[in-house]
Design a protein around this ligand. Sequence first.
Ligand SMILES: *[C@@H]1O[C@H](CO)[C@@H](O)[C@H](O)[C@H]1NC(C)=O
Ligand SMILES: *[C@@H]1O[C@H](CO)[C@@H](O)[C@H](O)[C@H]1NC(C)=O
Length: 466
Amino acid sequence: MSRVTVTVTVSFLAFFISLVAVSGDVIRLPSQASKFFRKAENDDGDDSPAGNKWAVLVAGSSGYWNYRHQADVCHAYQLLRKGGVKEDNIVVFMYDDIAKNKENPRPGIIINSPNGDDVYNGVPKDYTGKDVNVGNLFAVILGNKTALKGGSAKVVNSGPNDHIFIYYSDHGGPGVLGMPTSPYLYANDLNDVLKKKHASGTYKSLVFYLEACESGSIFEGLLPEDLNIYATTASNAEESSWGTYCPGDDPSLPSEYETCLGDLYSVSWMEDSDKHNLQTESLHQQYELVKKRTAGSDSSYGSHVMEFGDVGLSKEKLVLYMGTNPDNENVTFVDENSLKLPLRVTNQRDADLVHFWDKYQKAPEGSARKAEAQKQVLEAMSHRLHVDNSVQLIGELLFGILEGPSVRAFESHCGSLSQYGIKHMRSIANICNAGIKMEQMEEAAMQACPTIPAGSWSSLHRGFSA
Ligand SMILES: *[C@@H]1O[C@H](CO)[C@@H](O)[C@H](O)[C@H]1NC(C)=O
Ligand SMILES: *[C@@H]1O[C@H](CO)[C@@H](O)[C@H](O)[C@H]1NC(C)=O
């Protein structure tokens, strides 16, 4: 792996400084009623008065060990379709490397719970593979077809009376969400796109459900309260979110599965929506329920589900965003519903290790599969050690001798932070905030990482995280 020339812009550094500046603030949530758009002047009459529903569903990862994110998104698609949302109005981003993956014990099928039905069948391949990227996601949300590169050309072509639902499931870190392609998705950029969408007057209200580690950091202090946007996140700005239905969990998986099938916050809202009449259940009622389930039954796991933006919108019924399944028309919302708390779940960041470890344990003694799994466990572990140690060392070098850097300079010398390493974004931001210059970060990264490790986790072939 050859060294890569580093080019870092001042604005990049400024971004990290702003990231740190907001991370300490806690947004105060109003319970005031939402302010709606004034009717657009040149309403061409195409929008039904009740408004159309639109949805954007995003699985931000790839790889079989991340099975659960694409399973979550497929499940969300089925849920919306059963609710009556039109296929043309649901835009799906998924890498699409799970159903036909050689590790998948049920070829062509994806499930999102131990006894769940196939959720893959019929899911449109709007944006798959390398087309799952930040540029296309923003173009889709903004309804800008000319900005698209590849994919089905489906965009959110919404009008002023419409309701938009965005659901995203992936890894994250402070101020950042993963993508299976480079670059990752940054909180500032995402909030800017939401502001632009609002300014274009092409929705009445928008709901954003976000599953990722540190997902609260994407909206905390960044999402204004006057955009008619209500967001909930799987975790606060400083904690992990949790995978569920993992090998070794209770309830147990079919034994042939060696990977987590879902994420806790995600299956909590979807299993709730699956069984209720969404004409009678409000966003707020769902929030309370999901919060309770995602918090876990004791202190050993779980995360704090948060809400941001125009919290007044949460009194609206879910049907506006998700439709409702006619089969549930007689099921009214009841607070004490029967959602079962899982007894054990897996930290999102450890779900890859759980997969490799389970594969290792189940493979026959002496088999090639066992050797491969062992190699994967060791590679994943050594990548983590490398990232942890080099971030720490760089901090010491910079604060001890000089002061700091950028992610790109780090990655040029130390290899990709990857899905695990993005948890260190906050450390790197702190280093930036201390006013450290690029050349100093360069120097420190070079000293901390004389060579880029060769394992599959650290290669730069997928590009930089930032
Ligand atoms: C749509 O995207 C193109 C290409 O990126 C850009 O030039 C144009 O300004 C965008 N249009 C709108 C309305 O934002
Ligand atoms: C709901 O209840 C009504 C009245 O009892 C009944 O006619 C209808 O078939 C029920 N719907 C479902 C989906 O069970």
